[in-house]
Design a protein around this ligand. Structure first.
Ligand code: KG4
Ligand code: ZN
Length: 363
């Protein structure tokens, strides 16, 4: 196989990222990987402000790309293509990154690949040593997404289940906002939960016991708000107990849904399967431990990409671009930025109000 060297650009949320990945017979090699976070700019608002995110991408993307190229030790002429996230995501940010990708592709006569951000996450485990061979069952849990995907091959994805309301990371972020813990909320809730009593609050577990593997977190969020309102002024211990109870409830929900997802995946694969966790929430140790235990109990291998590739990054976009280019796909310069772009376009909507592939409803 001819080696393909691809510049990847990621700007769909609050990370400005660029990376260079080379794919050859030995698998993918990450030559550079730059991620510039914007958390400090959004923290005063306790959530992501799309306009601030887009402006921050405009300010820093050129420099981030220049550093990624310098770290890789390459000139643009040495690239085989430019891959940019074209959605789903906050549309202002997506447009900034996609335009930059188009400009570089045009100026240097390189193919452009418009990448679905979800495809980046779906393929991200393959960046790690040894990679993950197809097919595998992916649990993608981030601030904007919460779904099970059967990853069959590059470009062949089947959504098995999805959230009908909030994404899991969004639920963590909203609890952190309610308790005034800071932003982004996930790591802060996890930290607070360490000192809390997970049995103090009995919280609802929506969807539990259903045969499918969909999620719903809106009721859980409302129940937390109700408990907080009932207590009035919250002590640090109240907050820790609420975080611990919330996290334990989430773990129970994820466990129940994952059991069903593995049951749905078994006939697809027909032998020892692989379970992969990706997305920012996959950084949560309690959730990781639960998934690892479940996988082991069912004879599945559990694969969690290194944390830097769980959260948003451009290496996964470059890899997805390389894989697509290898299959002969590239896009012309009119390729649009898409706020919504489900990975599995054929999957029916779960409810009329459900918008698959929607991202960026965090704030
Ligand atoms: O994948 P990601 O970086 O961006 C999106 O595509 O959304 O995920 C960010 C999300 C945020 O909602 C953040 O609160 C959550 O992942 N997160 C966590 C943890 N670390 C990050 N949630 C729970 N526990 C964590 N340790
Ligand atoms: Zn993401």
């Amino acid at each position: 196989m001819k080696a393909l060297t691809i510049l990847g650009i990621e700007t769909s949320c609050d990370e400005t990222a660029a990376a260079v990945v080379r794919v050859d017979d030995g698998g993918p090699r990450v030559l550079s990987d730059i991620v510039l976070g914007q958390a400090a700019r959004h923290a005063p608002y306790k959530g992501i402000v799309p306009e601030i995110a887009a402006r921050a991408h405009v300010e820093s993307l050129d420099a981030v790309i220049a550093v990624a190229m310098r770290d890789a030790g390459l000139k643009y002429a040495e690239l085989d293509g430019v891959a940019a996230t074209a959605g789903p995501g906050l549309i202002g940010g997506v447009m900034v990154g996609l335009q930059a990708g188009k400009a570089i592709a045009l100026a240097h006569g390189k193919p452009l690949i418009g990448v679905n951000h979800l495809e980046g996450h779906a393929l991200s485990p393959r960046l790690a040593d040894g990679g993950a061979s197809f097919p595998y069952l992916l649990l993608l849990v981030s601030g904007g997404h919460c779904q099970f995907i059967a990853v069959m091959d590059v470009g062949v994805y089947r959504r098995l289940g999805s959230t009908v309301d909030d994404a899991l990371g969004e639920a963590f972020d909203k609890l952190a906002k309610l308790l005034d813990l800071g932003f982004p909320g996930g790591p802060l809730v996890e930290q607070a939960a360490r000192n809390g009593d997970s049995k103090r609050f009995a919280l609802p577990k929506p969807m539990l016991g259903r045969e499918d593997c969909d999620f719903s977190f809106a009721g859980l969020k409302t129940a937390c708000a109700r408990e907080a309102a009932r207590l009035g002024a919250l002590t640090a211990q109240d907050k820790a107990d609420l975080c611990a109870s919330f996290q334990a409830t989430v773990v129970a929900i994820v466990a129940d849904r994952t059991r069903n997802a593995m049951r749905a995946f078994d006939p697809i694969y027909g032998a020892k399967g692989r379970l992969v966790a990706a997305g920012g929430v996959a950084a949560n140790q309690a959730i990781r431990a639960c998934l690892e235990g479940l996988a082991g109990g069912r004879g599945y291998y559990f694969i969690a990409p290194p944390l830097k590739w769980c959260t948003d990054n451009a290496a996964m976009i470059a890899l997805a671009g390389a894989e697509r280019l290898r299959l002969g796909f590239s896009d012309d310069l009119s390729f649009p930025a898409r706020p919504r772009w489900p990975l599995d376009e054929k999957s029916a909507r779960l409810r009329p109000s459900h918008r698959p592939g929607r991202k960026g409803a965090k704030a």
